[in-house]
Design a protein around this ligand. Structure first.
Ligand SMILES: Cc1cc2nc3c(=O)[nH]c(=O)nc-3n(C[C@H](O)[C@H](O)[C@H](O)COP(=O)(O)O)c2cc1C
Length: 360
């Protein structure tokens, strides 16, 4: 197997001018961080993007109540190696006691650089139990949760959305309450809870809070190009989250770091198809060995669709990837392709691809 820089310890270290710097109580090499993404930012993916330059990574949201019950599946979400640090544990829940006990249980299992409370998730299965974005409508409980999370002694962060117009509090007033309760950093996703993931994320609303609380606000929403991250930083954000953009362009973080003046090897900014397949193999193997086959297939199919575009044979490769049934099928497909072996032609028909092929 050929080695990419990512295999070798410490060969890809995108320290930006002016860094390391302490943001929200955590020392980081740069302000471009991997967002929490449920079902996606598990350990192998976090390690991969950390090595691709992310200054910090988040776990996906973990149920505080699940941790209190020491559920096996919940505890598995905590798994991760030291290579991914700094890593922030994101919890969700609705009761200060559960959050405090859940945080304590998590910290018995492993170290995290900070604890974050999810006050942003708009999905009914989370909000109907009073968690996620529902907390934004309950400032008293939100403040109590932040105070409870301070007890283990780690920096406490919150992730919120912008307040809908007509709410009892503005976004800035809600931030002020959380800071007064002890929050060390707040991420704002520039959509209201009712917007879920529709419409445009408002950078103006985030900027207002970032100007009012300098160094304490991070931005999130619609960051798909390096310019989007630069814009959030120009508007006063101390850090910016890379969310769905990393699934569309795996190299989004190194490209952004380069735009910020980082010394990034050119193959991370203009990656060749060979290099891309090496990286995908590396990530897929790591997921297969750690999280298992279904996750390895799910992520590698998504990445195949995102990475392999615009060169001869790319559509065929994506079609073969969509039909891979096991990780071994996917692995040998990528190896054969990397080694220059011809792929048999697959026609695009509805019976073979009833779900369609992303970008195919
Ligand atoms: C599939 C998916 C899962 C997400 N999971 C979480 C989560 O667990 N916790 C959280 O705070 N935000 C979560 N988010 C929101 C993202 O962290 C981010 O704030 C949002 O996607 C906006 O950024 P973007 O438009 O650049 O993707 C999720 C978003 C998506 C699309």
């Amino acid at each position: 197997m050929k080695e990419t820089d990512l295999n070798k310890e410490g060969t890809f270290s995108p320290l930006l001018p002016g860094y390391p710097r302490v943001i929200g109580g955590v020392s980081v090499d740069n302000p471009i961080w991997l967002a929490p993404l449920a079902g996606i930012t598990f350990a192998s993916v976090r390690k991969f993007y950390r090595k691709l330059g992310a200054g910090l990574v988040h776990t996906e949201m973990v149920s505080a109540l699940g941790l209190c019950h020491r559920g096996r599946k919940t505890k598995e979400l905590l798994y991760g190696s030291d290579e991914e640090r700094p890593v922030v544990l994101q919890l969700f829940g609705s009761r200060p006691d559960d959050i405090e006990r859940g945080a304590e249980t998590a910290l018995e299992i492993r170290k995290f650089e900070a604890l974050q409370i999810n006050m942003a998730c708009p999905m009914p299965k989370v909000t109907k139990k009073g968690s996620g974005a529902k907390l934004m409508a309950d400032p008293k409980t939100s403040a109590e949760i932040v105070r409870a999370m301070k007890k283990p002694g780690l920096p406490v962060w919150a992730k919120i959305r912008i307040m809908p117009s007509g709410s009892a509090m503005t976004t800035c007033e809600f931030c002020e309450l959380l800071f007064e309760s002890g929050a060390d950093f707040i991420f704002i996703h520039g959509r209201t809870p009712a917007q879920r993931y529709e419409g445009k994320s408002s950078r103006d609303a985030i900027e207002e809070a970032a100007r009012r609380f300098p160094g304490l606000i991070g931005g999130s929403g619609d960051c798909c190009e390096p310019e989007d991250f630069l814009d959030h930083l120009d508007r006063g954000c101390a850090a910016v989250l890379a969310g769905r953009g990393i699934l569309k362009d795996v190299f989004l973080i190194p490209k952004t770091l380069k735009a910020l003046g980082g010394e990034i090897p050119s193959r991370y900014c203009e990656p060749s198809p060979d290099f891309q397949s090496e990286l995908l193999l590396e990530l897929g193997r790591s997921i297969y060995n750690t999280e298992g086959q279904s996750q390895a297939l799910m992520i590698s199919r998504r990445m195949l669709a995102a990475l392999f575009k615009g060169f001869p044979g790319a559509a065929q490769l994506r079609r073969h990837g969509a039909l891979a049934r096991t990780w071994q099928d996917m692995e040998s497909l990528l190896e054969n392709w990397r080694d220059g072996k011809d792929l048999p032609e697959i026609e695009f028909t509805k019976d073979k691809f009833p779900w369609g092929v992303i970008g195919g």
